[in-house]
Design a protein around this ligand. Structure first.
Ligand code: UD1
Ligand code: CA
Length: 482
């Protein structure tokens, strides 16, 4: 829907959010990888407002730093004392300087499920009706705590919003509530805010009183009923935070599935808003995908996997894996039980197998680290196989060092590569080797003690034991009594 650019969007976020019982300011709590205020700012951007002002107060520095870091072009207005939602909007208008000429949208920083589409519809209906104010309302199953929409019995027009604490029993029975989202005529808003009083149960300047003031002055007051009340759920405590997270997660999963992603068990999969998919990718149960994680066509992830900022190539398979900041190549295999840490790069058809940890390591095309290994700070060429139980010894206690292994190598099991060290192309290494020196291409490197058999030792030192009897029965050892 295309609407005129509002003169301003004002987001109210100065309150402490006491009921969260948290050191973190309420609007900085996250659901699905984005802060509550971030969700509101993102939805507001759909309106392309000329100014976007967030009113901050409690934990001002933290909220301002968060906005400055992630949301360019957002202004803040400082409300030193939380003297009510009307006072908060006055503070925002003062920050803007000139009285805004055009529509001003006001919303609260704690309604993360609100969509840009709903905001656009509100502004469209506000402007089409030529109203002084249009409030977004919703019918909710439980209206406790919300401001009630009072309508004229005959015309159905909105006459006032009455806060729960100030409402009569009759008014409390009303289930149509104020979402806290409004579209105003900027000039009329500024004028009316000057007339708001504080003679209510909380001694605050209520923004909601502006509706009655405008109506009494003969202006048109409108209401737009939200199609889905769940969009306007406000977060006041952690129960509501969890509810909102689950609703948003379900929305994200639904969009992914409709776009061609198979989600085997949606109830056990959690997504961030920033995760992206290509069609025919598959997500198995008990899997969390977060940050910039991307699944390419035909990629399969899970079960029991946690991927953050990880890109999974086409047709790759990632099973029972924890990954952060990794790039998994097309048709690569990861897990079960792998840990990929930042800087991991797996090439085409590469493998990081079972009980394998990789960090800042690049594994070339077709190369494999199949079992029980740690590969840190390393470059492995193409079509190389790293033997089971190998460790890339990257840390000397003070600094990290790099290991380079060439292409088409076959390293033995239980090797230690003590960095810095370079192994050429086509190299073999013996099992149990501790590789401390560079290995030229085409060599076999052996770096371990020679085996020594002390024959007849059991018969001499453990005479009569089960071992001695077994050895005697085997009869093939010199000096064992035959
Ligand atoms: C408010 C509305 C109520 C509505 C409900 C919807 C008023 C008077 N009441 O009630 O009608 O049903 O939202 O969720 O508007 N804030 C400031 N500065 C202040 C006071 C509040 O920035 O001085 C911010 C808060 O941080 C919050 C928002 O405004 O983000 C709403 O304040 P809150 O105290 O949560 O209002 P409610 O009691 O929920
Ligand atoms: Ca609230």
């Amino acid at each position: 829907m295309s609407v005129n650019r509002p003169a301003a969007v004002v987001v109210l976020a100065a309150g402490e959010g006491t009921r969260m019982k948290s050191r973190t300011p309420k609007v900085l709590h996250e659901i699905c990888g984005r802060s509550l205020v971030g969700h509101v700012v993102t939805a507001s951007r759909a309106l392309d407002p000329q100014e976007l002002v967030v009113v901050v107060g409690h934990a001002r520095e933290q909220v301002e730093a968060h906005l400055a870091g992630a949301y360019e072009g957002v202004r803040t207005a400082f409300q030193a004392e939380q003297r009510g939602t009307g006072h908060a909007v006055r503070t925002a208008l003062a920050e803007l300087g000139a009285v805004p000429d055009g529509t001003v949208v006001v919303l609260t920083g704690d309604t993360p499920l609100l969509s840009g589409g709903t905001l656009s519809a509100l502004v469209a209906s506000h402007e089409a009706d030529g109203s002084a104010v249009t409030v977004l309302t919703a019918e909710v199953p439980d209206a406790t705590g919300y401001g009630r929409i009072v309508r004229d019995g005959a015309s159905g027009a909105v006459t006032a919003i009455v806060e729960h604490k100030d409402a009569s029993d009759g008014q409390r029975a009303i289930r149509e509530i104020n979402s806290g989202v409004f579209a105003f005529d900027g000039r009329l808003l500024a004028e009316a805010l000057g007339k708001v009083r504080t003679d209510n149960s909380q001694g605050e300047e209520y923004l909601t009183d502006v509706l009655g003031i405008l109506r009494e002055a003969g202006h048109r007051v409108g209401a737009s009923v939200a199609g889905d009340f769940r969009e306007i759920l406000g977060i006041n405590n952690r129960v509501q935070l969890a509810e909102a997270r689950s609703l948003l997660n379900a929305r994200l999963l639904e969009a992914a599935m409709l776009a061609g992603v198979t989600v085997v068990d949606p109830a056990s999969v959690q997504l961030d808003v920033t995760v992206t998919f290509e069609p025919d990718s598959v997500v198995h149960p008990n899997t969390q995908l977060s940050g910039s994680t991307h699944l390419s066509e035909g990629a399969e992830v899970g079960p029991n996997s946690r991927l953050h900022d990880t890109s999974v190539g086409a047709g790759a398979r990632v099973d029972n894996t924890v990954s952060d900041g990794a790039v998994v190549g097309d048709e690569a295999l990861v897990g079960p039980f792998a840990y990929l840490r930042p800087g991991t790069r797996l090439g085409l058809r590469a493998k990081a197998g079972t009980y394998v940890e990789l960090k800042n390591a690049s594994v070339g095309e077709g190369s494999k680290v199949p079992h029980l290994s740690y590969v840190g700070d390393a470059t492995i060429g193409d079509f190389t196989n790293i033997g089971a139980a190998s460790v890339f010894v990257n840390y000397d206690g003070e600094r990290k060092h790099h290991t380079t292994i060439g292409s088409h190598c076959r390293t033995g099991s239980d090797n230690m590569f003590v960095a810095p060290v370079t192994v050429g192309d086509g190299v073999y290494t013996a099992a149990g080797s501790v590789i401390t020196k560079d290995v030229p291409s085409g060599s076999l490197a052996v770096a371990r003690g020679q085996q020594r058999n002390i024959e007849g030792w059991v018969a001499r030192k453990r005479p009569g034991s089960a071992a001695a009897k077994a050895a005697e029965a085997a009869g093939d050892g010199p000096g064992n009594g035959v």
